[in-house]
Design a binder for this molecule. Structure first.
Ligand code: LMR
Length: 395
């Protein structure tokens, strides 16, 4: 029976992790999968997480089942950071825990389909797993150009997609630190998106996986909040894997905004009965440990301060790298200037697939085939080598 299966190629991004590990060159550079790295190239466990984990070791007295919604203390503790001081928007917002941001995106798409969405619009390029999940859930999707060639957001394209979609169709928008381009919408552009959503009835799904890695926790949520303040309903997929450095612990959440009033409250409960059923059939319940650690941090002012400091250090280092690249200007045929104005872990270089292979084979520089680089993989020790290598293959 198994012989009938067709060979699948491994996920290209995850395959890079193994390729990189097998490379014996001491000066190899990993700009592949999206994990933060310090100036020394490490991805350490946050001090705040270590503190919270110690507390869990000391005080956790059971690992009994919780339920498909996971740790609701975690889900609620996060809400003021994502949605602001009126964290439930008057009872219109509720959430549940998911296995990482991927679990949240999958749940959002599956629930949208179950609620009658027939097509989703998505800016491209996007995180490759978005398309994979859409394919797996069997929801049709259509792309629009996310970025202009000069490294700014193509606002006309997203507005045209929203206007042309309407009720029964959805649009997937990155909340901040766009993956892979690092190109975010300005607040004015978010306002225009919100107005277009309201006018057309297109359903928004907002994927926020990098909050705090751009300008700050509140700053990075400001655009999304403009949309949520206007639209009647929305889904939000959220990841703590990067902003708490919990990658392999899979810490995510899925939130639903429903209409105001009693009918809206009943709709919200009904929507979660569906989300819980989908979760039960997919993963039954999410892994607890990482979410429990985040809850411990967010309920403790000292650990919260420590976490926010650590996040600030990450942000500052990535800004420094971006500024350095921006100041370098041209590297062969590639203009690095726009990287200084982009946000988060990623940017895309205009290099061909062949040049990506050349960078890997000749220079030991590993990046996604799309030309996406992880900014945090660059340090003061390897950044000049990187700029030189780009000049070499594109010059
Ligand atoms: C990435 O895009 O590198 C990260 O989101 C990790 C992943 O799961 O792909």
């Amino acid at each position: 029976m198994l012989e009938r299966l067709e060979e699948q190629s491994p996920d290209a991004l995850l395959a890079l992790i193994k390729l990189y590990a097998a490379d014996e060159r001491p000066d190899k550079v990993d700009l592949g999968v999206g994990v933060y790295r310090t100036g020394q190239g490490d991805t350490p466990v946050f001090g705040a997480i270590k503190g919270a984990e110690q507390r869990l070791v000391d005080t956790q007295n059971s690992k009994s089942y919780l339920g498909p919604e996971g740790d609701m203390g975690f889900v609620h503790a996060l809400m003021p950071y994502i949605f602001g001081s009126d964290a439930t928007m008057g009872g219109r917002l509720e959430g549940m825990q998911t296995p990482g941001g991927t679990g949240a995106v999958r749940l959002a798409i599956a629930l949208a389909k179950q609620a009658g969405i027939t097509k989703l619009h998505m800016g491209t390029p996007s995180w490759p797993n978005h398309a994979q999940i859409l394919g797996d859930v069997e929801l049709e999707w259509q792309g629009f150009e996310h970025a202009n060639p000069d490294g700014t957001a193509n606002i006309d394209a997203v507005l045209a997609a929203i206007d042309g979609a309407g009720e029964g169709e959805a649009v997937l928008i990155h909340g901040c630190c766009h993956n892979p381009t690092g190109i975010d919408y300005s607040l004015e552009q978010w306002e225009a998106i919100a107005d277009a959503l309201v006018a057309s009835g297109t359903f928004p799904i907002i994927d926020t996986a990098y909050q705090g890695l751009g300008f700050g926790m509140a700053e990075d949520a400001a655009g999304m909040r403009r949309v949520l303040a206007k639209v009647p309903e929305a889904f939000i997929a959220y990841s703590c894997d990067k902003n708490f450095g919990m990658y392999r612990d899979r810490v995510g959440a899925f939130y639903i905004l429903s209409a105001a009033g009693e009918a809206g409250t009943a709709t919200l409960a009904k929507a979660f009965s569906n989300a819980n059923a989908l979760a039960r059939a997919s993963w039954s319940m999410p892994p607890d440990h990482g979410a429990a650690a985040v809850r411990v941090i967010l309920r403790d002012p000292e650990l919260t301060e420590q976490w926010l400091d650590e996040l600030e250090q990450m942000r500052a280092r990535m800004r420094q790298v971006r500024e350095y690249l921006g100041e370098a200007g041209m590297a062969g045929g590639v203009d690095l200037t726009p990287l200084a104005t982009q946000n988060g872990l990623f940017s895309v270089l205009p290099v061909s697939k062949e040049q990506v292979v050349q960078l890997r084979e000749e220079h030991g520089i590993y990046m996604a085939g799309s030309g996406r680089i992880n900014i945090a993989g660059l340090t003061m020790d390897n950044i000049d080598k990187f700029i030189g290598a780009i000049a070499d293959v594109t010059g």
